[in-house]
Write a protein that binds this ligand. Structure first.
Ligand code: IMP
Ligand code: MG
Length: 175
C-alpha cells in the first residue's frame, strides 16, 4: 500500500484539550468520594489517558491493558486476547476503561466481560472517539470525546501502521 500522505484535520490540539477538560470535570464530579481505577487500553489511549488523568480533581489509580486479535487489517477480527494483562486488583473497585476509539465495539465488549468477572463495583467506558458506522455490538460509552461517523482517524495516540501517534490533533486519513 502506498504511504497515505493526505490527512485532514478534524480537531485541533486546543479543541481536544477543551473537550478533555470537560470530560475530566464530569468524571471528577461523578466519582467524588469514590475510589476509581482508570484502565487505559494500549497503545492508542496513552496520550488521551495522560491528559485526562492530569485534568481530574480526584485521586485515581491507573493500570493498562493491551489487547490483540488474531487476523489482519485494522478491524478487530477473530479471537481477542490480552498481550498485557491488568495488574491491579479490581474487586469492589470502580473501573473506568479509557479507550482511544470504539469501532466495531468487539474489543471493548471483550474487555468489559473480562473485567466484570473480577467483580468490580462498576465498569464504565470513556472513549475519545466514537466511530459508529461499523459497530457490531452495542456499547454504552459513558464519557465520549467526539463522535465521528466513519473514516480512519489518526493522531493524539491513534495510529495507522504505528505512524501518526505523536500528532497533537486528530486527523482523518485519506487513502
Ligand atoms: P473495535 O474492536 O473494532 O472497536 O476496534 C477498536 C480498536 O481498533 C481501537 O482501539 C483502535 O486501536 C483500532 N481502530 C479502529 N478504528 C480506528 C481508526 O479510525 N484509527 C485508528 N485506530 C482504529
Ligand atoms: Mg486501540
Amino acid at each position: 500500500m502506498p504511504f497515505p500522505a493526505n490527512k485532514e484535520r478534524l480537531y485541533s490540539h486546543r479543541e481536544i484539550q477543551k473537550r478533555v477538560k470537560e470530560l475530566a470535570r464530569s468524571i471528577s464530579k461523578d466519582y467524588k468520594k469514590e475510589e476509581l481505577i482508570l484502565i487505559g487500553v494500549l497503545k492508542g489511549a496513552f496520550v488521551f489517558m495522560s491528559d485526562l488523568a492530569r485534568n481530574l480533581s480526584i485521586p485515581v489509580k491507573m493500570d493498562f491493558v493491551r489487547l490483540a486479535s488474531y487476523g489482519s487489517g485494522n478491524k478487530s477480527q477473530g479471537k481477542i486476547h490480552f498481550t498485557k494483562a491488568i495488574e491491579l486488583p479490581i474487586r469492589d473497585k470502580h473501573i473506568l476503561v479509557v479507550e482511544d476509539i470504539v469501532d466495531s465495539g468487539l474489543t471493548l465488549k471483550f474487555l468489559q466481560e473480562f473485567l466484570k468477572k473480577e467483580n468490580p463495583k462498576s465498569v464504565r467506558i470513556c472513549a475519545l472517539v466514537d466511530k459508529s458506522e461499523r459497530r457490531e455490538v452495542p456499547i454504552t460509552i459513558d464519557y465520549c470525546g467526539f463522535s465521528v461517523p466513519k473514516g480512519f482517524i489518526v493522531g493524539y495516540g491513534l495510529d495507522f501502521d504505528e505512524q501518526y501517534r505523536h500528532l497533537p490533533g486528530l486527523y482523518h486519513l485519506h487513502f
